[in-house]
Each structure stands twice: as C-alpha cells, then as structure tokens.
Write a protein that binds this ligand. Structure first.
Ligand code: NAD
Length: 490
C-alpha cells in the first residue's frame, strides 16, 4: 500500500447505539493525530445518560433478539461474515487505524486488520464447542452444567492497538451470546466504529454491539458501574485496572477480566543460538510500536560474555529504523501517542541518568513531523533493580540492560517484584529454558522468540499486578460464560 493523504480520509465521529450512529451533545473533545499532533475530528463525550441509553439498548437487544438463543452455529456464521467484511474493507480500515493511532499504515494492513478479522473467526469457532458438561453424579440423578452468557458485558480498551485490543474483548463476548457496550480509548476512538457498522452489515442484530465514546473516569466509570452490566473486561494500565476492580466490587461484585501493564524481561544466555538474530529480536520487542506495547521486552538481562556484542547488535538494529508519520509507507518507527507522553518518557530517562544509569544510545525526543513527538530508541546500561527505569513501566522505546553470571542470578534479576506479564528466554539449552520458564513468575514465557504469534489458541494475560484472567485462547472465551448447575432426579 502506498502512503496516503491523511486529509482526504472520511472520519465518522459518533457513538454507536442500537445499530446506528448517534451524534453526541455539545460536549466534545478534539482528537489529534499522534504523527503530527493535529486535531482531525471532534469526539462526542458520553455523559451518564448516553451510557445508560447504550446499556439499555444492549439489554433490550439481548432480551428481545435471538442472538443468545439462536443455534450457536448461526451466531458463528454471522461472526465469520463479519470477519470477511473486515478483510474486504482493509484499505479503509487500515487508514482509519493508522491516521489516529501509532500504527504505521504498512503494519495496519499487514497485521492489525487481518489479525482482528482472524481473531473474530477464532472466537466464532468456539460458539458451538463449549456448552457445559454432564457431571459424574449418583446413578439416580442426572447432573449437568450449562454454559450461559452473562447478558451485557462492558468492555474498555486502550489506545496502543485500537482494533486488535478491542476485538480481543468484544469477539469472545459476542461469540458466547452476550451483548456488548465498548468504550474505546478517547485517544483512538474511530476505527472501532467501522467494526461495529460492519457487524450490523454482517447480520448481527442492532443493539448487540454498541460503542460509547468518552473519557475514562466519567464515561468509562459510568459504564463499569451500570447496574445492567454484569461483567467487565478491561485492557489498560494497572492503576486504572485497580480503579475498575474497585468499581466492580462496589456495584454488585461484578466479575472482571484485567489485562494490565508489564515490565517484561528478555533473558539472553551466552549459548543463545544466532546472537545477531537475538539482537534483532530484542530490538524489535522494545522498538515495535515505539515500545508502546504491554508485553514490550523492556529489560534486557544478558550473560556477561555476550553483553557487549548484543548491545552493539541492538544499537545497529535501532539505527535502521525510520521514524515518520503513520500514513507514510516507509515508516518503521512509530510516533509516541502524545507529546506529553514523549515528555514523560524523556523525564524517566533523565531521572535514570541522574540515578547513575549510562546512556548507550538514544535518549532524546527526535525527528518531529509537524508537532508530533518521536522518541529515539534508547539503551540504558549500568542500572540496578531499585532504579525507577527498571522498576516502572515506561511505555516507550527504552531498554535497560542488566548483566548476570549464572542461571540463578538471571532468574532473580528477571523476576519483577510486582509485574508478571511476559518473559523471553534465549538459550540453546532446552533444560535451562524449561527451568527458567517454570521459575519465572510471568503469564507468558517465550523461548527463542519474543512476542505473540498468530496462534490465537495461546492465551495471554498477566501474573501479579499485570492482570487477572486471559485474552485469547479457550480461557478467554470461557470467561464470557457463566455455568449453571442443573441436577435432575430420575
Ligand atoms: P489507561 O488505563 O489509561 O486507559 C485504558 C482505558 O481505560 C481507556 O479507554 C480509558 O479511557 C479507560 N479508563 C481510564 N480510567 C478509567 C476509569 N476510572 N474507569 C473506567 N475506564 C477508565 O491505559 P492506556 O494508556 O490507554 O493503555 C496503556 C496501558 O495499557 C499500559 O499500561 C499497557 O501495558 C496496558 N496494556 C495492557 C495489555 C495487556 O494485554 N495486558 C495490552 C495493551 C495495553
């Protein structure tokens, strides 16, 4: 796909309720393009009454249409058709994703849009696979568990992969027969509207998938607290996750799935096969989407003998990245979501340097396009585990480096005191790899690779303060069902 002109793209800005766009009130928010920080559309901000309208619509659709009660294969057929429509719309949808987010157009075409569509297909396939069990009861009885949807699920998504993250929340909920009200991030609100339009076009009953636009602490909070929302599924920061969990507890002990932040290690042993390849992997895992990835491999833990060579390899991979606007075909380094976030990243790096870290490469806000902010991929050496840059999620392209001598030290540096989202282990020794995979407290461990694959069947989710529950995999589908026990005397 060639570059495109961001000023030629049609943007629909609205809520999506009951199967149609609903214009907002006078309360709007300027939404800016991260690439050049220019406002490109005004977003309506839903007050409590609009949230209520969306949830009531979802509840009515859940109760009065046959989305939940139809043959599961018929539900799956609609979802598969939806995935086809998304793929057919890739040119528009990818531009919509790219213009407002940090996703370069080439990535949006090759990954975000097809990954969204295929994920919807993956969850559609579960619709008639999990119905409950017959229990091994006394012979005089027949006991069973019956899987049932919750009703209305409230979904809240972050800005870093707007389509993909939203689809991981919405698709399993819908495939399981629920109705959904989604609140996307106020920073990246538009591409999911197109998803909702296409769902209706595919045959999903109006009102089953709704979107409310607005801020987190008002619109998002009203959604979480709404009495007709029976379950909440959230992806975002650990701090917001805690607030949502509290709101769920205060408004009816609602179950909640939380996919939160991380500070994931990449542990490289001296025997790792092909160090050049490992260097490229480590670089990609922290510079991809400019480090604005929950599973970003932000802490390099490297065995002493190969540290220098690896840092050199990572630096030269960084040097090949090309920052640019997301609508340019040759952009390979994403902008930072807002200039304020670039400042925040830079302040953390500067504080790290004040605490004694050394700058091996990067460390600057650079190459601005218009007023957009980019951050140079950065390597900090000479750090220790008590420094803020090692402890806290930076959510930018900043890699810290710690050196170890033996396996025990590798694991103790690798384990984070509070986060446990993902970890990478690079070694040719399979026993060592398995010992480390078992030893490290993280929800996902990658060996001799880093990052999610298109194996949707592998669930993703955090240990410790990185979250509760899973996205993807069978587990994530099941989390959108509740199980009723039925016992019959024969
Ligand atoms: P955020 O927590 O600021 O916002 C996420 C969403 O929550 C937004 O839609 C926001 O409007 C909403 N929100 C904020 N406060 C709320 C409240 N009180 N009640 C209800 N909703 C509220 O996170 P972000 O900056 O959009 O995303 C970045 C964070 O997300 C990072 O910490 C990253 O690690 C995490 N993340 C995790 C995963 C994962 O799978 N574990 C994936 C992507 C991002």
């Amino acid at each position: 796909m060639p570059s495109f002109d961001p000023n030629q793209l049609t943007i629909n800005s609205a809520h999506f309720i009951g199967g149609r766009h609903v214009a907002g009130t006078a309360n709007t928010l300027d939404v800016r393009r991260p690439s050049d920080n220019q406002p490109y559309a005004a977003l309506p901000v839903a007050e409590a009454d609009v949230v209520d309208q969306a949830v009531q619509n979802a509840w009515q659709a859940y109760k009065t249409t046959n989305w939940a009660t139809r043959a599961p294969r018929e539900r799956a057929r609609v979802m598969r058709r939806w995935a086809e429509l998304i793929e057919a719309d890739v040119q528009y949808l990818a531009k919509l994703e790219a213009i407002g987010s940090t996703r370069p157009i080439a990535n949006a075409i090759a990954w975000d849009v097809p990954f969204t569509a295929e994920g919807i297909r993956f969850f559609a396939e579960f619709a008639d696979k999990i119905g409950g069990d017959v229990a091994a009861t006394r012979r005089e009885s027949l006991g069973m568990t019956i899987a049932e949807p919750y009703g209305v699920i409230g979904a809240i998504a972050p800005w870093n992969f707007p389509l993909v993250m939203a689809s991981w929340k919405v698709a399993p909920a819908l495939a399981a027969g629920n109705a959904v009200v989604l609140k996307p991030s106020e920073l990246t609100p538009f591409s999911v509207l197109r998803l909702a339009e296409l769902a209706v076009e595919a045959g999903m009953p109006p009102g089953i998938f709704n979107i409310v636009q607005g801020l987190g602490h008002t619109t998002g909070d009203a959604l979480v607290r709404h009495p007709l929302v029976s379950k909440v599924t959230f992806t975002g920061s650990t701090r917001t996750g805690a607030a949502i969990m509290q709101a769920c507890a205060q408004t009816g002990t609602k179950p909640v799935t939380l996919e939160l932040g991380g500070k994931s290690p990449q542990i490289v042993f001296a025997d790792a096969p092909d160090l050049d390849k490992v260097a490229r992997m480590v670089a990609g895992a922290i510079a991809g989407n400019a480090g604005q990835v929950c599973v970003a491999g932000s802490r390099l833990i490297v065995q002493r003998g190969v540290a220098e060579q690896l840092i050199e390899g990572i630096s030269s991979a960084f040097a090949q990245l090309h920052p640019g606007p997301t609508w340019s075909a040759d952009t390979t380094l994403s902008p930072i979501i807002t200039p304020k976030d670039a400042q925040r990243i830079d302040s953390m790096v500067q504080r790290g340097l004040e605490e004694g870290a050394q700058l091996a490469v990067g460390g600057r806000i650079g190459q601005p396009v218009g007023e957009g902010a980019y951050y140079q991929p950065t390597i900090l050496t000479g750090v220790n585990s008590s420094m803020e840059v090692v402890r806290d999620e930076i959510f930018g392209p900043v890699l810290t480096v710690q050196v170890f001598d033996d396996d025990e030290e590798a694991l103790s540096l690798g384990d984070h005191p509070s986060y446990g989202l993902a970890a990478g282990i690079h070694t040719a020794d399979i026993s060592r790899a398995l010992r480390c995979a078992r030893g490290i407290e993280a929800g996902t461990v990658w060996v001799n690779r880093y990052g999610r694959s298109d194996d949707y069947v592998i669930p993703t989710g955090g240990y410790k303060r990185s979250g509760i529950g899973k996205d993807l995999g069978k587990q994530s589908y099941e989390a959108n069902l509740r199980f009723k026990s039925v016992l019959i005397d024969i």
